[in-house]
Design a protein around this ligand. Structure first.
Ligand code: UDP
Length: 237
C-alpha cells in the first residue's frame, strides 16, 4: 500500500528490485515436440513447445529469403480464477506478435528459407507477467530444438506504482494499481549481450526513470539467463 512518507511498500514483502519466487525452469518437458520448456515465476507458469523447422504451408506464405518464426500465445481458460473464454483474442494475437518480435533478432532464420518454426506457448497458471514468462520458456524451447541462435533472450516486467519502480508485478499489484495515476507496467526482453529486443510502454514515464527501468530489467534478466542456461545444461547432460 502507499504512504506519502514511505512511498509504495509491497504487499508480499519483496524489495522493489526483487523477483518473485520460486523461479523454476525445465527443458524437454514435451517428448513429442522438437524442443520444449517450462518457465515458472511465482504463481505464473508458461509451457512452450517448438515444432520445426518444417515446410511452410500455404506456399504463398513462404519467404525464399529466410524462415518464418510463428508464435502462438494461449492463456488456458483454467489459468485464472475467473475462467476466460477459450480461443484466440485480441490480447493473445498481440502477445503472439510481440513474442515473435522479441525472439526473431537472435534466431538465424536465414538458414531455413521457405520453412516455418512453430512455437506454441501455453499459460497454464496466470498471475501476471505471462508474456515475459512465455518468452523465457520459448527462448529455452528454441535452443532445445537446436534452432541456431546468436544469443539467449530473457524477459521481465518492471512496474511503476505511483512514483516507485518495482520489479516483476504479481496479479495483485498489476490489477490493484493498474488505473492509478502514473502507474504503468513495462515488459522488457533483453539478450545476454544486453540488446533490448522488446519493450512495451503504454503509460507515462520520464526519460530518467525509463533508463532506471532498463537497468532494473537488465539486472533481473541476468539472473533469469543463469536459470535458463542451467536448465539447458541439465537437458544436455
Ligand atoms: N488476466 C485475466 N484475464 C484476462 C487477461 C488477463 O485474469 O483475460 C490476468 C492474468 O493473471 C494476467 C494478468 O491479468 O497474467 C495481467 O495481464 P496482462 O494483459 O497485463 O499481461 P501479462 O502481465 O500476463 O503479460
Amino acid at each position: 500500500m502507499t504512504t506519502k512518507e514511505k512511498g509504495y511498500v509491497r504487499e508480499d514483502g519483496r524489495k522493489n528490485n526483487e523477483l518473485r519466487s520460486p523461479i523454476k525452469a525445465e527443458v524437454g518437458i514435451i517428448p513429442n515436440a522438437d524442443g520444449s520448456a517450462m518457465f515458472q515465476i511465482g504463481k505464473t507458469i508458461a509451457l512452450a513447445a517448438v515444432y520445426g523447422p518444417k515446410k511452410m504451408h500455404p506456399q504463398h506464405s513462404q519467404d525464399p529469403e529466410k524462415g518464418t518464426l510463428r508464435c502462438t500465445y494461449n492463456m488456458n481458460s483454467f489459468s485464472v480464477e475467473e475462467r476466460i473464454r477459450p480461443g484466440p483474442s485480441r490480447r493473445s494475437t498481440e502477445i503472439s506478435k510481440i513474442t515473435e518480435w522479441a525472439l526473431e533478432p537472435v534466431l538465424m532464420l536465414d538458414k531455413f528459407p521457405n520453412m516455418v518454426v512453430d512455437v506454441h506457448i501455453n499459460i497454464i497458471q496466470a498471475d501476471a507477467g505471462t508474456r515475459c514468462a512465455g518468452i523465457n520458456a520459448a527462448a529455452m524451447a528454441l535452443a532445445h530444438a537446436g534452432i541456431p541462435m546468436k544469443d539467449m533472450v530473457s524477459s521481465i516486467s518492471v512496474g511503476k506504482i505511483d512514483k516507485t519502480l518495482v520489479l516483476d508485478l504479481d496479479k495483485y499489484e498489476d490489477s490493484e494499481f493498474k488505473d492509478g495515476e502514473g502507474s504503468t507496467d513495462i515488459p522488457v526482453s533483453i539478450t545476454h549481450a544486453g540488446e533490448i529486443t522488446h519493450l512495451q510502454l503504454d503509460g507515462k514515464i520520464s526519460k530518467e526513470q525509463l533508463m532506471e527501468v532498463i537497468e532494473m530489467a537488465k539486472e533481473a534478466c541476468g539472473k533469469i539467463y543463469e536459470i535458463q542456461k542451467k536448465a539447458l545444461k541439465e537437458a544436455i547432460k
